[in-house]
Design a protein around this ligand. Structure first.
Ligand code: HEC
Length: 268
């Protein structure tokens, strides 16, 4: 009885799963893992500086107050002198002057608030978003992005990164394309093309920026580390608490074992 009912239900589930896979367009976005470290406060501080200098003009972080930056080791004087606009107070949230309406008119889409962006997209996606910009004369901003096609945001870090170009290589079948995408060892998009062929898309930097590719990746990792902190500031406390708990259990184990030996000494 149960099986008779379960079979069509399972078939339906399978169909639904196949449907979502097809709806995704079949493009396989292979992200490079973000090398971030939540215990590295120097990295988060550098990320905060990049965020304030390059992002806060368009994006707000209105659920974040400046004084929370003390949690990543920035002291109040430094926040006031280096990270805030003169008119702000240290208890203020990170808001911006631009209105959503202006933003929509200028960029086609309003820049979303970034406080919890890392929870929406994940650190790997954010890291690759900043590796994925390339020059595209067909777009309004002059830029396009491999992980966010037709994005309305210009490449605000292009001076550091240099100018990227989209490289699209065609392969006869999926296996060859997949092998090529894996060999990239970094961001690559694998997508079906005409006649059962596949293309692999990557970014090549034509005009080098002020930084080497390795230096630029560190800058982006720091930025993503900070975005990750903003999205979940309490995570650091959890990690630290976890370490303390494990140390405590370690010490407890020594005493428990010692006691066990004492108790059983007389039994044997
Ligand atoms: C010149 C204005 C401008 C600046 C400066 C800017 N952005 Fe954007 N950003 C935008 C706009 C506009 C969008 C919306 C794009 C769209 O939806 O097509 C966007 C989108 C994004 C998104 C994707 C949001 C999503 O999930 O849909 C992320 C992430 C992002 N920006 C991060 C940043 C970071 C980090 C910086 C600083 C390094 C930055 N932006 C600087 C204008 C800007």
């Amino acid at each position: 009885m149960m099986n008779k009912l379960a079979a069509p239900f399972l078939a339906l589930l399978l169909l639904a799963a196949a449907g979502t896979a097809a709806a995704a367009g079949g493009a396989d976005v292979r992200l490079e893992p973000a090398p971030i470290n939540r215990l590295d406060s120097a990295s988060m501080q550098r990320g905060a500086r990049t965020f304030v200098n390059y992002c806060l003009s368009c994006h707000s972080a209105k659920y974040m107050r400046y004084n929370r930056l003390t949690e990543i080791g920035v002291d109040a004087a430094m926040i006031q002198d280096n990270l805030m606009f003169a008119s702000d107070k240290i208890g203020n949230q990170m808001t911006i002057a631009m209105t959503a309406r202006d933003a929509k008119a200028w960029f086609g889409a309003p820049p979303p608030d970034l406080t919890v962006e890392s929870r929406v997209r994940g650190a790997d996606w954010l890291y690759n978003y900043f590796l994925g910009f390339y020059k595209d004369d067909a777009s309004a901003s002059g830029w396009n992005n491999l992980v966010f096609p037709n994005v309305g945001m210009p490449h605000v870090l292009w001076k550091q990164a240099g100018v990227g170009r989209l490289v699209s290589t065609e392969y006869r079948n999926h296996e060859e394309a997949l092998a090529a995408a894996i060999a990239v060892k970094g961001l690559a998009v694998l997508a079906p093309a005409k006649d059962h062929k596949y293309v692999v898309e990557t970014i090549a930097v034509d005009e080098p920026g002020a930084m080497t590719p390795a230096q630029y990746k560190v800058m982006v990792a720091d930025l993503v580390n900070f975005l990750d902190f903003m999205g979940e500031p309490a995570k650091n406390r959890r990690i630290n608490l976890g370490i303390i708990v494990l140390l405590y259990l370690g010490v407890l184990f020594v005493f428990a074992y010692w006691m066990k030996r004492e108790y059983w000494k007389d039994v044997h």
